[in-house]
Design a protein around this ligand. Structure first.
Ligand code: NAP
Length: 248
């Protein structure tokens, strides 16, 4: 079940957090892993060691996914070094939270460029490769705030809502080629990204979650593994919440 032996997964931003958990989960089923990350070498080296310890190949690439050209170069390198890509996971993401009143133009642009355009860049540069293969999986990490919005996150929630449109359009374009394209919408997950929040905000969020706890990166990784597997071959254009019931 869910065997990925010999497959290659390209997972952006998998040097830590949710992406790393997805990389470890897919590697545990035999997938080789390629990771574009922004540039925290200590975290990246640690992630690479843990992934390789599972007996698969893992290569880290310093790459700003918001750059069209840098993304193209990395995709080409991955295809050359691994012989192809079977699974693309658009996970890299950032926040620059502020109310619109004090949000600067660059706060908006930067978050859109990394979270949304970064995913477009990766899809664009793997697109013809997937088409030729007539097989593939694309999974993008959206968010429940892409579904519901959130005060203080106009930039982030716009990027995550945009990822849902990108997912559905790509699913419609590539469905006939046996390529599935889905989005995961995590709720409040315990990672560096949410560590920045004050205890007061965290407690208020937890109180609103029917399951009364934050999620773990593994909760997201379990769904990513399923969507990447043969078992999920007839699921496409879907957005699945993993949020302990938060956004229902
Ligand atoms: P995280 O711990 O902050 O990790 C972010 C990862 O993205 C890091 O590997 C980082 O690389 C990489 N990254 C950032 N900017 C990049 C860029 N321009 N190019 C390439 N890589 C870049 O975040 P996380 O909590 O695991 O979140 C992962 C994804 O899940 C994000 O898309 C996030 O929006 C989404 N999400 C998270 C939550 C949550 O509660 N945590 C909820 C919903 C959705 P470096 O280490 O080199 O900086």
């Amino acid at each position: 079940m869910m065997d990925l032996t010999g497959k290659t997964a390209l997972i952006t931003g998998a040097s830590r957090g949710i992406g790393k958990a997805i990389a470890l989960k897919l590697a545990g089923q035999g997938a080789n892993i390629a990771i574009p990350y922004l540039g925290d070498p200590a975290e990246a080296e640690q992630a690479q060691k843990e992934i390789e310890a599972l007996g698969v190949k893992c290569v880290m690439y310093v790459c700003d996914v918001s750059s069209f050209e840098a993304s193209k170069e990395v995709v080409e390198k991955v295809i050359e070094e691994f012989g192809g890509v079977d699974i693309l996971v658009n996970n890299a993401g950032i926040v620059r939270d502020k109310l619109i009143l004090s949000m600067k133009e660059e706060d908006f642009d930067m978050v859109i460029n990394v979270n949304l355009k970064g995913a477009f860049n990766m899809i664009k540069h793997t697109y013809s490769h997937f088409m030729k293969k007539r097989r593939g999986r694309i999974i993008s990490i959206s968010s429940i705030v892409g579904l519901n919005g959130n005060a203080g996150q106009a930039n982030y929630s716009s990027s995550k809502a945009g990822l849902i449109g990108l997912t559905k359009s790509t699913a419609k374009e590539l469905g006939g080629r046996n390529i599935t394209v889905n989005a995961i919408a995590p709720g409040f997950i315990d990672t560096d990204m949410t560590q920045q929040l004050s205890d007061k905000v965290k407690d208020a969020m937890k109180a609103q979650i029917p399951m009364k706890r934050p999620g773990t990166p593994e909760d997201i990784a379990n769904l990513a593994l399923f969507l990447a597997s043969d078992e999920a071959s007839y699921i496409t254009g879907e957005v699945i919440r993993v949020d302990g019931g938060y956004a229902m």
